[in-house]
Write a protein that binds this ligand. Structure first.
Ligand SMILES: [Zn+2]
Length: 407
């Protein structure tokens, strides 16, 4: 059995640690999470790692390298979305463990200390917060989040304590950046780029920044039958023009993803001219400058469309998360590891947030993406092949065995 096939078998087995229903549903601090950690502990022990769970319920497997060596962190999340797949998050943990197991079986040892991290909560499905584990390590966790309740009124703090974590000791988990070489994460791409380019794996250039804007076009309502077309100040018609233009203009760039995912209309009646259209505009890019430039263009466009139609236009930024760049040196190590097979490494940005986003506040980060069938993710049919996982594992082994990235 190849290591890729072992990964496939383990991911199949751990997929059973799920609530009933289609796909994998594994929320943090639940019996399913507990059962998954039992299996992950076995993976870590098979790789010869020292295993413990920290106060944030991150399961950590440590290989102690040469005396005084810094630590390379490799991780991802064990949790899933409701009805999710078998690979998102958990695959990164499985491959990190297997890479270390392979190195050990081959009679070798990594060039530095290594810790495999199985984070509890990345998806943010159970609580209105996420990324507890990496934020605690980076020292960016806001303790106020411990009071946030899930749907049943159980707070994050209570759920964590009930699972064997310790809300009072989170602050002490903060890592000293000078002890850490960097953070690596292997993750399925969750998009179609690698499949289209015929590549098993790709090296991530950066993680997109995100901003959201609340937009309102306001005009005048009136009777759908009596107000002549030329006299209308229809907010929804203006909004439609704007939304179509946003999509078109974003499509002409390489760097922008812009989405209007919902809309509300007032008075929302079949026979009334809409006087208000409210909707969010979400813009993502690995370049904060490109994102900000695009948003300003869209603001000018909205004002123009509204002005031409005798309407008002408001655009208010409600959320912003800056882009994260992957570390050139760590990424170069991944590129070299991928290219030892002969083909040039594909590079691509990540449109989604990952544990690596929060880890970037602690140390240099790099990510390796794996091709997933049909670009499908957050879906029961999510799939990565054993051969592709084998390719990612080989790259990881190469990085771990190289002279120690950054040393
Ligand atoms: Zn994920």
């Amino acid at each position: 059995m190849t290591f890729g096939e072992i990964a496939q078998r383990r991911l199949h087995e751990i997929a059973a640690c799920s609530q009933a229903g289609d796909g994998v549903t594994r929320l943090p601090f639940t019996p399913e999470h507990r059962a998954a950690l039992d299996q992950i502990r076995g993976w870590m022990e098979a790789a010869g790692l020292q295993v413990h769970m920290d106060a944030a319920a991150t399961l950590i497997g440590r290989y102690a390298g040469p005396e005084g060596s810094k630590t390379l962190l490799i991780g991802s999340h064990q949790d899933s979305v409701p009805g999710g797949g078998r690979y998102d998050g958990i695959m990164g943990i499985a491959l990190a463990c297997l890479a270390l197991e392979k190195i050990r079986r081959d009679g070798h040892a990594p060039a530095c200390s290594v810790e495999v991290l199985a984070f509890a909560d990345e998806e943010g499905v159970r609580f209105p917060t996420a990324l507890l584990g990496p934020r605690v390590l980076a020292g960016t966790f806001d303790a106020a989040a411990l009071a946030l309740p899930d749907r049943d009124g159980v707070t994050l703090g209570a759920a964590l304590a009930g699972f064997g974590g310790d809300p009072a000791r989170l602050e002490a988990l903060r890592r000293d950046p000078s002890d850490v070489l960097g953070y690596l994460e292997v993750h399925i791409e969750q998009g179609p780029v690698l499949e289209r380019r015929g590549a098993a794996v790709g090296v991530v250039t950066g993680i997109c920044g995100i901003e959201r804007n609340a937009i309102r076009f306001a005009g005048e309502t009136g009777h759908a039958g009596t107000v002549p077309m030329a006299d209308r100040r229809d907010a929804l018609v203006a909004a439609s023009r704007f939304i179509a233009a946003v999509s078109e203009q974003a499509g002409q760039t390489n760097s922008i993803r812009a989405t209007v995912g919902s809309i509300s209309v007032h008075p929302d009646a079949v026979n009334a001219i809409p006087d208000r259209a409210d909707f969010p505009l979400e813009v993502r890019s690995v370049s904060d400058q490109a994102r900000q430039g695009f948003t300003e263009e869209m603001r000018a466009l909205g004002n123009r469309i509204a002005g031409d139609a005798g309407l008002s236009f408001e655009m208010t930024r409600t959320y912003v998360q800056p882009a994260v760049s992957c570390d050139p040196e760590l990424s170069a190590a991944l590129v070299a590891a991928v290219e030892q097979g002969g083909a040039a490494a594909v590079t691509l940005p990540s449109g989604a947030t990952h544990d690596a986003s929060a880890m970037s506040d602690l140390c240099p980060i790099a990510m390796l993406f794996l091709r997933c069938r049909g670009g499908l993710s957050h879906h029961p049919d999510e799939y990565a092949s054993a051969a592709d996982m084998g390719a990612a594992l080989d790259a990881l082994v190469h990085v771990l065995m190289s002279s120690g990235p950054g040393q």
